[in-house]
Design a protein around this ligand. Structure first.
Ligand SMILES: [Zn+2]
Length: 90
């Protein structure tokens, strides 16, 4: 039985850093250059507790690092989960 193991996902702070995002700002929502459009000022807001992200310019958004990974790399849910080491095939 295959399944998605959410607890195996990286912590959002590590994940976003690994994806090359430079996070700034001191509040709940950090700012970063948006990788989903040609961004010249930090339009992307991300939360490090949940991995939620939302771009104020292009509208890209999602609720966790898995959603970010799917959109950024054009992957299906399963492919993204595998890529992030969060897919268990038992
Ligand atoms: Zn954007």
């Amino acid at each position: 039985m295959e399944k998605f193991n959410r607890s195996a996902l990286q912590r959002p702070a590590n994940y976003f850093k690994e994806q090359g995002l430079k996070l700034t700002g001191g509040g709940e929502w950090k700012n970063a250059l948006c990788p989903f459009h040609d961004d010249s000022k930090p339009s992307l807001r991300v939360r490090l507790d949940t991995g939620s992200f939302k771009c104020m310019a292009c509208g890209a958004h999602g609720g966790d690092v898995l959603a970010f990974h799917m959109q950024r790399h054009g992957l299906s849910f399963k492919q993204a989960a595998k890529d992030l080491g969060a897919w268990e095939a038992a």
